[in-house]
Design a binder for this molecule. Structure first.
Ligand code: PGA
Length: 253
C-alpha cells in the first residue's frame, strides 16, 4: 500500500533556533501515525543533523534534504553529495523543485542524473513536477508534466521508479495562495498515474505516492487529500506554522 505523506518544505527560511522550536512544537503534539503514513521535513542543509537528532525517536518522522549534486564527490564547492546525506542518516531528498528549475536552471536531464545518484545511495527522491501558468492557461499541463516524468524518471527500471515519491506542484499555486481545486488536483494526479501505468504497469503506478503541492494549508488539506490519487502534500508556507502543519498531518488518509 502506497504511503500517504505530509512533507514540509522549509525552503530558505528560519534560523536554527526557530527550526528547533518548530520541530519541538510539532513532535510535542503526539501525533500517532497510521502504518501507511509518513511525515517528512525538508530542512535547510545545515539543520539536517539537528532535525535528524530531534526526529530520530519518532517513527516515520524523517528529515530530508532539499537538493543534492549529481556527482559522487570532488571539486564542486558549495555542493552536497548523496554520500554526505547518507552519512548523516538522511533518507530523503527533494529533487527538481520548481524554484531549483527556475533560479538554478536545473533541466530535466540534470534531474535525471540527480535521481540516479540518490537511488544509487538508497535515498528516496521526492521528485517535483508541475506546469507554469501560461501552460495551464493553454491547457497544456498534461503534456508538460508527462514530459518532465519521461525525461527525468522513465529511464528507471520498474523496481527503481517504485522508490520515487512524486510531488505535483503547479507553479501558479506555489506561494500564491491560489490552490488547484480538488478536481484539478485529482485529474492531473490520475493522469500522471496513468502515464506511469502505461510505461510500466498498473501495479507499479499504484505503488507510487503522488503528493500535491501549492498553497496547501489546514483549511484545504482534508479536501485535497481525500481525492483517491492525492497521497498527501508537499507544503511550503503552512509548514512553518506548527498548528497548520499539525492539522495537515492529521488530514492524511
Ligand atoms: P507553498 O509551497 O505551500 O508555500 O505554496 C509549496 C512548495 O513549494 O513546495
Amino acid at each position: 500500500m502506497r504511503k500517504q505523506i505530509a512533507a514540509a518544505n522549509w525552503k530558505m527560511n528560519l534560523t536554527l533556533q526557530q527550526g528547533e522550536t518548530l520541530l519541538d512544537e510539532i513532535t510535542a503534539a503526539g501525533i500517532a501515525l497510521a502504518s501507511n503514513q509518513q511525515v517528512i521535513f525538508a530542512v535547510p542543509s545545515p539543520y539536517l543533523p539537528m532535525a535528524e537528532a530531534r526526529l530520530g525517536s519518532f517513527a516515520d518522522f524523517d528529515a530530508s534534504a532539499q537538493n543534492i549534486y549529481h556527482k559522487e564527490s570532488g571539486a564542486y564547492t558549495g555542493e552536497i553529495s548523496a554520500a554526505m546525506l547518507v552519512s548523516l542518516g538522511i533518507k530523503f531528498v527533494v529533487i527538481g523543485h520548481s524554484e531549483r528549475r527556475e533560479y538554478f536552471s536545473e533541466s530535466n536531464a540534470d534531474l535525471a542524473a540527480k535521481v540516479d545518484i540518490a537511488l544509487k545511495h538508497e535515498l528516496t527522491p521526492i521528485f517535483c513536477c508541475g506546469e507554469p501558468l501560461e501552460i495551464r492557461e493553454k491547457e497544456g499541463q498534461n503534456a508538460y508534466v508527462a514530459k518532465q516524468l519521461e525525461e527525468s524518471l522513465f529511464h528507471l527500471s520498474a523496481d527503481d521508479i517504485k522508490k520515487v515519491v512524486i510531488a505535483y506542484e503547479p507553479i501558479w499555486a506555489i506561494g500564491t495562495g491560489r490552490t488547484a481545486s480538488t478536481e484539478q488536483a485529482q485529474e492531473i494526479h490520475a493522469y500522471l498515474r496513468s502515464v506511469i501505468a502505461k510505461k510500466y504497469s498498473d501495479a507499479v503506478a499504484g505503488e507510487i505516492s503522488i503528493l500535491y503541492g501549492g498553497s496547501v494549508k489546514a483549511a484545504n488539506a482534508v479536501e485535497l487529500f481525500s481525492s483517491p490519487d492525492v497521497d498527501g502534500g508537499l507544503v511550503g508556507g503552512a509548514s512553518l506554522i506548527p498548528a497548520e502543519f499539525i492539522a495537515i498531518i492529521k488530514a492524511l488518509k
